[in-house]
Ligand binder design. Sequence first.
Ligand SMILES: Cc1cc2nc3c(=O)[nH]c(=O)nc-3n(C[C@H](O)[C@H](O)[C@H](O)COP(=O)(O)OP(=O)(O)OC[C@H]3O[C@@H](n4cnc5c(N)ncnc54)[C@H](O)[C@@H]3O)c2cc1C
Length: 417
Amino acid sequence: MPKTVHIIGAGLSGLSTAVRLSNAGLNVQVHEATQYAGGRCRSYFDAATNLTIDNGNHLLLSGNHHARAYARAIGTEAGLVGPARAQFPFVDLSTGQRWQLDLGDGRLPTWVFDEARRVPDTGLLDYLKLAPLIWAGAGKLVGNTIPCEGTLYQRLVQPLLLAALNCDPPEGSAGLAGAIVRETLLAGGQACRPLIARDGLSAVLVDPAVKLLEAKGASLRFMHELRALASSGDRVNELNFGDDRIALGADDAVVLAVPPRPATALLPGLQGPTKFRAIVNAHFRIDPPRDAVPILGVVGGLVEWLFAFPQRLSITISNGDRLVDMPREELAQAIWRDVCKAGGVQGELPPWQIVRERRATFESTPEQNALRPGPVTEWKNLFLAGDWTDTGLPATIEGSIRSGDRAADLALARRPA
Ligand SMILES: Cc1cc2nc3c(=O)[nH]c(=O)nc-3n(C[C@H](O)[C@H](O)[C@H](O)COP(=O)(O)OP(=O)(O)OC[C@H]3O[C@@H](n4cnc5c(N)ncnc54)[C@H](O)[C@@H]3O)c2cc1C
């Protein structure tokens, strides 16, 4: 086993690597370029709404086993909250129709046989036409694999795949979409219960990990950006942080858990995704109506998901590149109109904030998916982690934590030089 593992990046992939290795008794040092942990999954105080908000509403599903095991390891699994059954209320803003998809709590997708529980105006045959996704290869397009039109597509497949792939589903990788379908819809309602970090992403998924690591004696250095790595033969032997350099011992290892752009800059010759898509979130300071559901699927409008938090309504729009240059006030007004219709609220625009994460995820197309590297590099003591590495999943918390667990296991399995 290595003596010390240096983890570069304190996003969820780096934190999950660090937690797993610390729990295994290794000496862990985390180096993060910014002043905070959490990367693309974090909370901060927002002066415009006078609330602590998340950079984006993050939805997990009960079938995200690595994410839940990570939360368990840091003592916060109870902070991921959701309904007892996999029920998804929806509204169609173009018709005003409301319905609830009820996936139940079983291990098989038996709900498709029950007309009362499936999407209104859909039949069993519509669901059977989704089957080719289950075994589709990563190089195939969703649009060439299943019908991307009709009621089932508009009311279920499009919202689910848009959220998971963060691109227009027909242009997405059928292999990645198939992994989502296999791990969620096909695994029955017990794998599909929606879970959110109601007290905030940092409170549930980030800060407790930092505390646990500190308690176990790990070091976390912020504003400590890795600028270069030096190697000798098949080993990395020095980490260069600009002002200081760390020489690696023969038994030390490194896990690079940074996004693809810094990773490919640090390791010339490494391939990674080069195209990204935005996600837009808006937060409105308003008490949700008493009967507001925690998560509402919205079709037929600009908004895609409406989340009710204490003192706040928040929305998510995926594949949001078309909105990144729209004037903020105009966008806030347009979103607020949808929120009023979907959420049953009214009135002037309350205090609001819009967060546009331009590079929220890599583009889940077959072309970009083919650029994802595995965790092993040409250096025996250097492993890769991150949602963009080849996890078989799109860029998600589950993929990110899975990659962190995998890198940790590789570091643990490494024999001393
Ligand atoms: C708005 C938004 C909404 C999302 N919604 C969902 C959702 O609903 N469900 C879901 O499952 N996923 C969602 N995701 C995706 C999820 O947030 C990511 O998959 C996950 O957070 C990625 O974690 P990571 O550790 O792989 O990468 P990152 O979070 O990017 O972490 C990388 C870290 O490396 C640091 N770093 C970079 N370069 C260096 C360097 N040279 N030296 C040291 N440190 C460095 C960065 O500062 C960062 O902290 C969403 C993402 C966004 C942006």
